[in-house]
Design a protein around this ligand. Structure first.
Ligand code: ATP
Ligand code: MG
Length: 270
């Protein structure tokens, strides 16, 4: 029986099908040993379809036959399947952008017959945890989620209208001119941990949206599908990215189970 695995830089995602129901599981890379037990408890004679940057590392610890699968291909195939299976309101356009916000961020173009990786950035879920830790000393994922939602870091940034003080700006004055650029406010005000984390969330959200929207413009598509565990339980980040994507005239979609795209795509590989 086939088991699909996407071993990423932070989390290992497992996809397995019983009858017509998916069993989906995430295991931190730090607990890699638990993958073997998870599979042993469920599957007889597994064949592992494996993808992701840690595929080779994980493969060595598993006693079963494995087939390596290209990460980008698995991800895009998985997205296409999950859209049809779980996203009923989907408009099902022929072409769309996939923005995968994992430890880092990868951007793909999906056409009717083809997929292509078209860009990426080091600004991702790892940045959220790492920069939050550096600024506050907090590294528990759940705490970072909660504090980011409670805080308000907008005055740590410079807006366009803060620069164009005495004249009409040539673009919307409410746009961010510089994330974390407001040194004056930093010197004069007292900020709490939650405000720093909120500003990190906003910076990541705005940057990822800008990259995705520019890519969508360049490739003539209106639809952006956001996936990756960084969105897991992170409604605040989804609001920032969803709202900002719409503001820029594109249609955002946060795919249900999107973080399992790579594992599902690997599972389905013939
Ligand atoms: P990459 O694709 O870049 O190799 P990955 O596949 O491991 O990395 P994802 O699993 O898509 O990446 O996302 C990882 C991010 O998800 C983390 O950086 C963090 O922001 C967030 N995250 C969500 N849940 C957790 C968790 N339980 N523990 C740690 N990070 C989590
Ligand atoms: Mg990944």
């Amino acid at each position: 029986e086939v088991v699909g695995i996407d071993a990423g830089g932070t989390l290992i995602k497992i996809a397995y099908r019983v009858n017509d129901e998916w069993e989906l599981q995430k295991i931190p890379l730090a607990d890699m040993g638990k993958v073997r037990t998870w599979i042993e408890e469920r599957v007889d004679n597994p064949v592992i379809h494996i993808t992701g940057g840690k595929a080779e590392t994980l493969r060595k610890s598993l006693p079963w036959p494995t087939e390596p699968i290209s990460e980008f291909e698995a991800t895009c195939k998985g997205v296409s399947y999950l859209r049809k299976r779980f996203n009923e309101n989907d408009r099902h356009e022929d072409t769309y952008i996939i923005t995968n916000v994992g430890t880092g961020t990868s951007i793909h173009f999906a056409g009717p017959e083809e997929y292509e990786r078209v860009g990426g950035s080091g600004m991702g879920g790892g940045t959220l945890i790492g920069l939050s830790y550096l600024l506050t000393g907090i590294d528990a994922y759940e705490d970072i989620l909660r504090l980011g939602k409670e805080g308000d870091g907008r005055s740590l940034n410079v807006k366009v209208k803060d620069i164009y003080t005495d004249e009409e700006p040539p673009i919307s004055g409410d746009l961010t001119a510089s994330n974390f650029g407001n040194i004056m406010n930093m010197r004069n005000n007292k900020y709490e941990d939650k405000d720093y984390i909120a500003a990190v969330v906003r910076m990541i959200g705005e940057t990822i949206t800008t990259m995705s929207v520019q890519m969508a413009d360049r490739l003539n598509t209106d639809s952006i599908v956001y996936i990756g565990s960084t969105f897991d339980k992170h409604d605040h980040l989804k609001e920032i990215i969803g709202g900002y994507t719409e503001l820029r005239g594109k249609a955002p979609c946060f795919l249900p189970y999107g973080e399992f795209s790579g594992a599902v795509g690997a599972y389905m590989h013939e």
